[in-house]
Design a protein around this ligand. Structure first.
Ligand code: IMP
Length: 193
């Protein structure tokens, strides 16, 4: 791609006019996952990992991380719904889909798309720890530290983002934009605002 190419040109035509800015291009995501996977391989050498993806936002992070890992790893998913408005969570969380597997005695890595207030993850970690895994760590592709309401140990962080609503690479607004390859911000009109 030449330097003058507009990053918006790579987005599907139907979504282009709603996107404000490409915040994290696909190449930067791929390069970051290379680094994180190498770190995980070092940290978990001679162990086996269970990746727990949090649906639906983490689907691409899980897929792209899983195929980069050299350590033996299995995948399971949980779906949680957090009560709140369209763009903020309340911390009241309901498990919509639980794990298929037992995690007692296993090394678990929770894979998240984004940690915002941290309330959803806080609930999830308490829930998972009560099942007595050997260890639980967290990888989140994105984090918004300025919005954090609870202090959480996130072992592997992809990118810190400012307090803006982002979509793409798994992240949605009203179920749209998940399939975008880049992480982008939306024009105010896209929220109906
Ligand atoms: P938290 O409980 O406030 O940390 O929110 C976590 C969940 O809210 C994430 O897993 C996302 O599903 C959603 N979320 C938070 N910020 C954003 C964003 O900027 N874009 C899309 N979804 C977000």
């Amino acid at each position: 791609m030449s330097e003058s190419a507009d990053p918006l040109d790579r987005l599907p035509a139907a979504y282009r006019s709603q996107v404000e800015q490409v915040l994290i291009p696909r190449e930067a995501i791929a390069a970051k996952l290379d680094v994180l996977a190498a770190e995980i391989d070092r940290d978990y050498a001679d162990r086996e990992l269970l990746l727990v993806g949090v649906l639906k936002g983490a689907i691409f992070v899980v897929a792209d991380l899983h195929r980069r890992l050299e350590v033996p790893s299995a995948v399971d998913f949980m779906a949680v719904s957090s009560y709140g408005s369209a763009t903020t969570s309340s911390g009241v969380v309901r498990i919509m889909k639980d794990l298929d597997t037992e995690i007692e005695g296993r090394d678990v890595l929770v894979v998240e798309d984004i940690v915002d207030s941290g309330l959803t993850l806080d609930y999830l970690l308490k829930n998972l720890r009560s099942r007595r895994p050997a260890s639980v760590e967290v990888l989140s592709l994105l984090t918004k530290p300025s919005r954090r309401e609870v202090d959480l140990p996130i072992r592997y962080v992809g990118f810190e983002v400012p307090d803006v609503f982002v979509v793409g690479y798994g992240l949605d607004f009203a179920e749209h934009y998940r399939g975008l390859s880049d992480i982008v911000t939306l024009r105010p009109e896209a929220y109906g605002g």
